[in-house]
Design a protein around this ligand. Structure first.
Ligand code: A2P
Length: 336
């Protein structure tokens, strides 16, 4: 782009929208203007940005005139309807929903992994991958570059903020109810989340996998351009506020060397090794919360599967898993 772009955030009042604003501000993203869009409920609300108060506008079909880049984070149905409208108005959409991720004409981009894909967007839409997929691939991509990824076997431990503010409120109110000996009320999750784990995220498909798990199965293949990559995954909701964790076993094509595997993280942007079990050092979700780095630990040669490593990775799913990744994609467009 020749000039600083006119930018819009669709869903600016939501959990990810607020974090997008924070990333634009902290990264000093160059902009000619910024438009905040949300539902009619939020129209007129004031939000501070770079020392100014910006007024939230209602999202309409006319919202995208003169906008160069729109970051969408208002859910799949809003993206389905409004992303093509924005794209037709010559605006490049960076979409956080899953609506377009498997469209062959929509690139699925993690800037540390496949930045070049962002430049080929024939529909004027670029998709941001699923949060758990992004964090898992941040851990596996440096290893893939050295050893060639063949199979991923994963279990995720996903924080309640992945369900938006309602998930956080549900955990908080249920913890209080249990501690105070009151009945637990459920609104968001199919079972109590306080002091419990729920091995279901999103609805089940006829494969027996949930939709969330199928995203993990399918999105890595597209991002890594590995159509034969084998992935299996169980996604679990855990009573953690923020940051997803993933336990991963990965099998590789080339012979593995644990020291080389550790060195693969040296000077890699966005991911770091935090791994010294003898000293009690390995990452927990709190280590990545509100930060931009994904941390990898518990790395070891897998004893059950040939030529495989097992590891643990944590990442802030609202930042690298959503807002930050979207802003990094916008940076790719601006810096081209
Ligand atoms: P609003 O705050 O006005 O409801 P979250 O994922 O945290 O629930 O946030 C969802 C975001 O999507 C919010 O900014 C929300 O705005 C926005 N949103 C929801 N429904 C619509 C809609 N019909 N039109 C525009 N924005 C919407």
């Amino acid at each position: 782009m020749n000039q600083a772009p006119h930018v819009a955030i669709v869903g600016a009042t939501g959990a990810v929208g607020v974090e997008i604003l924070s990333c634009l501000e902290s990264r000093n993203f160059p902009m000619a203007s910024l438009k905040l869009l949300a539902s009619a409920r939020s129209a007129g609300k004031q939000i501070a940005f770079r020392g100014q108060m910006l007024t939230v506008e209602e999202l309409t079909e006319d919202s995208f005139k003169g906008v160069d880049i729109a970051l969408f984070s208002a859910g799949g149905s809003i993206s389905q309807k409004f992303a093509p409208i924005a794209a037709a108005a010559n605006c490049v959409v960076i979409d956080n929903s899953s609506a377009f991720r498997q469209d062959p004409d929509v690139p699925l981009v993690v800037p540390e992994i496949n930045p070049e894909a962002a430049y080929n967007h024939p529909r004027n839409i670029i998709a941001n991958p699923n949060c758990t997929t992004i964090i898992t691939l941040m851990a596996l991509f440096p290893l893939h570059q050295k050893f060639g990824l063949k199979t991923i076997i994963a279990s995720s431990y996903q924080a309640v903020s992945g369900s938006g503010q309602h998930g956080i409120t549900e955990l908080e109110s249920q913890v209080r109810a249990v501690v105070d000996g009151h009945p637990v009320v459920r609104n968001v999750y199919p079972h109590q989340i306080a002091f419990n784990l729920i091995p279901q995220i999103d609805s089940f498909t006829d494969t027996g996998y949930t939709k969330e798990e199928l995203k993990m199965l399918n999105e890595g293949r597209k991002i890594l351009s590995l159509p034969e990559l084998k992935v299996t995954c169980t996604c679990v909701r855990v009573p953690v506020y923020r940051s997803h964790s993933i336990s991963v076993t990965a099998q590789f094509e080339k012979p593995l060397d644990l020291d080389l595997a550790r060195q693969a993280y040296t000077d890699k942007p966005g991911v770091a090794l935090m791994d010294n079990p003898a000293e009690g050092i390995w990452p927990t979700p709190l280590d990545s919360t509100n930060g931009d780095t994904c941390y990898v630990g518990r790395m070891r040669k897998d004893l059950a599967i040939d030529n495989a490593l097992s590891l643990w990775v944590v990442g802030d799913q609202v930042r690298k898993g959503a807002a930050l990744n979207a802003v990094q994609i916008a940076e790719l467009l601006v810096n081209k």
